[in-house]
Design a protein around this ligand. Structure first.
Ligand code: JCF
Length: 675
């Protein structure tokens, strides 16, 4: 480098550094680069060459100085000058509206509050300390009070400014603590795992774990290999910020060189916050990073100060979380469940995992083919999914987590419950127990028979059925209506009172619409819809059981497979006997399919208090659909007063003049469409 004088080298280095700082800013913060990646690389290489030739001119703030610090022995800890609190959580609009109410109550105001809302990054919170514009230390959140010093690792993150952007001297904050969330983009994560797979090292389960693992490297050069990102969301101790608005402070941070999420919405009403949540839920999969919800903050700093914090979290902020539907866990064992049609379903027994508020310890594996297709083995780490009310299932195996100790699962050749041979029909994935008297099948058929959409027998649950079948009191569902109170009392945990209740529940379910009846029989392929169609067509069990395949198949919506299955069911003597016994034991089929259609004809209802299972409008619709009408005030013409939570004076009046008072459940029953 003798071609340059020392002076011109200094000038050249300074020029390159300042240009590179600016390009960094344009690229990472503004997301609006002026030059190509190649151009940027060329400049940084030139800078590194100059700095290598002139080690006396090296600087820790140089854009080239993001990697290169020596590995640490261990992380030092540091106390945050202002605790890094975590956020309170909500999972529903109601939770967020409650939060808004609390805020107003605590501020003793009825004025609308302005909020700032942002995507909640699924990463790790960190704090960076700047003195006179230079990054001095950075630390993890840790337990909120003390964190680990990870300065060198944070320096490797290109979107973290090493130097604050030039301000006039009096505007440059002398001391500044900036907080943000470090994360790894999904694509980066995918590439990282791909490389790890090739290198035969365990892959990370998700971007968050990958970011955490990368940030906690003792060797910053390792961290540098895994491109992390940051979005800054707030301040710790800071001097010279005068604005009272959180949002405006974030704008100042942006001008200083910090990366702020462009999706932050500023100064919006609580209703707009809820709308934005819907929007984010839709958009979240299009983002290049994982988010796990939204963060909502009171925008005014003076109001924030007035609200203060509990020991755990600020009262001026809340996280509105998405409900996670997939989690990773481990398969401890694989068992077999025998269903009412004899189908053997392999079921994964899992290390319990909380998915969207529900503890999941079982997942269906469907059948043997599915296990082979997904190559699921006992001991595997797996991704489990719970969608709505559906049974949890295994999405995929985390193959990289395999140790070699996993065991393949083999489908048994015999029913694990009764020992009968297992068969597999042509073109069917399912294997079945051949014995229709298998106790597992009997129990499953009875459970189905008593279930909500069938006879809906309150209190006849899994445990009880288990006992009744094991003791020989129930050989089939046809025996249910012959059960005696004395018999029931002999069972575990069954006092006279509960025995009586169960007998009453059974008695109450004796009258049933034909479609529910058909569904309850548990004919293969006959679900609620098909049962409905069959009930319309055949009117009664005699006609249905004697119908021929062609008749059934000619019905719109019923294919040959279903028709065949129905014929098959009624051809079996055992089933015909069961059906006869059922009818003989007093089941009464209501021939009118929707008998309650006009049951409330001429009846007048008054609603009071808060209903929990439906809105007032829904209640009104239900009543009107059943022929009744709803009035707003109680009079002698009122037939029923429906009392919800915290009923008002209408209830008092109803009591006084002797009008019948019912609760929500009763209303549901009165207006139920079928029974
Ligand atoms: O994105 C986040 N995970 C995130 C976490 C965003 C924020 O605005 C936060 C936070 C944790 C605490 N704000 C606070 C006060």
């Amino acid at each position: 480098m003798s071609a340059y004088s020392e002076q011109s080298v200094i000038a050249k280095i300074e020029k390159l550094r300042s240009e590179l700082h600016r390009h960094n800013y344009r690229y990472y913060v503004l997301d609006d680069p002026e030059i190509s990646d190649a151009e940027y690389d060329r400049m940084i290489q030139e800078l590194i060459a100059l700095e290598t030739a002139h080690p006396e001119l090296a600087s820790p703030d140089s854009p080239s100085a993001r990697v290169g610090a020596a590995p640490l022995e261990k992380f030092e800890t540091v106390q945050h000058s202002v605790p890094m609190l975590s956020l309170d959580n909500g999972v529903s609009d109601a939770d967020i509206l409650d939060f808004d109410k609390r805020v107003k109550k605590n501020l003793d105001t009825s004025d609308n509050i302005l909020y700032t809302a942002e995507p909640k990054m699924d990463g790790l919170a960190v704090e960076m300390v700047y003195e006179n514009g230079r990054l001095i230390t950075a630390s993890t959140r840790g337990d909120g009070v003390k964190g680990e010093v990870i300065t060198e690792n944070i320096r490797t993150i290109r979107s973290v400014p090493l130097l604050l952007r030039e301000q006039s001297a009096e505007k440059m904050p002398r001391y500044l603590e900036v907080r943000g969330e470090v994360f790894m983009g999904r694509e980066t994560f995918r590439q990282l795992n791909e490389e790890r797979l090739k290198a035969n090292v365990p892959v990370f389960a998700n971007p968050r774990n990958a970011a955490a693992g990368s940030l906690r490297q003792l060797d910053p050069r390792e961290t540098a290999k895994r491109p992390l990102e940051i979005y800054c969301y707030g301040l710790g101790k800071a001097e010279g910020f005068v604005s009272d608005s959180h949002w405006e402070r974030l704008q100042i941070l942006k001008r200083l060189g910090f990366r702020i999420n462009p999706m932050i919405r500023a100064k919006i009403s609580i209703q707009e916050v809820l709308d934005y949540y819907q929007e984010l839920s839709q958009k979240r999969h299009e983002l290049h990073y994982d988010i796990d919800g939204m963060v909502i903050k009171v925008d005014s700093l003076s109001l924030q100060a007035e609200l203060g914090a509990t020991s755990r979290s600020p009262r001026w902020a809340i996280a509105y979380k998405f409900s996670a539907i997939q989690k990773t866990t481990k398969i401890i064992d694989i068992g077999i469940q025998v269903g009412r049609t004899g189908a053997l379903t392999p079921v994964a027994h899992l290390e319990p995992v909380n998915i969207a508020g529900v503890t999941v310890s079982r997942a269906t594996l469907h059948n043997e083919d599915e296990i082979r297709r997904k190559d699921i083995r006992i001991g595997d780490a797996v991704l489990v999914q719970r969608a709505g009310d559906v049974i949890p299932e295994v999405v995929k195996v985390i193959e990289s987590a395999r140790t070699g100790a996993e065991k393949e699962f083999v489908m048994p050749k015999q029913c694990p419950v009764c020992g009968a041979a297992v068969y597999r029909e042509k073109d069917e994935a399912v294997q079945r127990c051949n014995n229709i008297n298998c106790s597992a099948q009997i129990k499953a058929r009875i459970r189905h028979f008593a279930s909500k959409a069938a006879f809906d027998i309150d209190g006849l649950g899994e445990k009880l059925i288990e006992q009744l079948v094991n003791k020989g009191m129930l050989l089939s569902y046809a025996d249910i209506f012959s059960l005696k109170k004395e018999q029931l009392q002999s069972l575990e945990r069954m006092g006279p009172k509960s025995a009586e209740n169960l007998i009453r529940a059974i008695e109450n379910s004796r009258r049933i619409s034909f479609d529910r009846f058909i569904y309850a029989l548990g004919i293969r392929h006959v679900g609620e819809n098909i049962a409905d169609i069959l009930a319309e067509k055949f009117e009664n069990p005699e006609k249905l059981s004697s119908a021929d395949v062609a008749d059934v198949e000619s019905i719109d919506g019923i294919g040959p497979e279903i028709a065949e299955s129905i014929r098959n069911f009624f051809e079996q003597e055992e089933n015909r006997n069961t059906l006869n016994r059922l009818m003989a034991s007093g089941v009464e089929i209501l021939t009118e399919n929707k008998p309650k259609q006009n049951l409330l004809e001429g009846k007048t209802f008054v609603l009071t208090g808060t209903l929990e299972s439906m809105t007032r409008n829904e209640a009104k619709e239900k009543i009107e659909a059943a022929g009744g009408k709803v009035s707003s005030s109680v009079s002698r013409n009122t037939d029923y007063v429906v009392a919800g939570k915290d009923p008002g004076s209408k209830l008092d009046k109803a009591v006084k003049i002797g009008i019948q008072i019912i609760d929500e459940k009763m209303l549901q029953e009165l207006t139920a469409e079928k029974r």
